[in-house]
Design a protein. Sequence first.
Length: 86
Amino acid sequence: MQKYRSLVVFLLLVLGGGLLIGYATLPGAWYASLVKPPFNPPNWVFGPVWSLLYILIAIAGWRTWRLQPGSGAMRAWAAQLVLNFL
């Protein structure tokens, strides 16, 4: 049970951070007015897809942290998360 608490922390950190950044950077009317190519996905797809990606990123970080908490792989995960949020 203890190991799943840390998973919840990872999920809150990654998914919560992604949601906050998503709300802070919502595209305005300028984006809706752009002429988009036919292969552009509909707007409703972005929320579920990014949420799934962030959940998978959190699980990858959690699994890496459980196996090698201070490793280079964990530092690389943290660096990609920081770059992703930037």
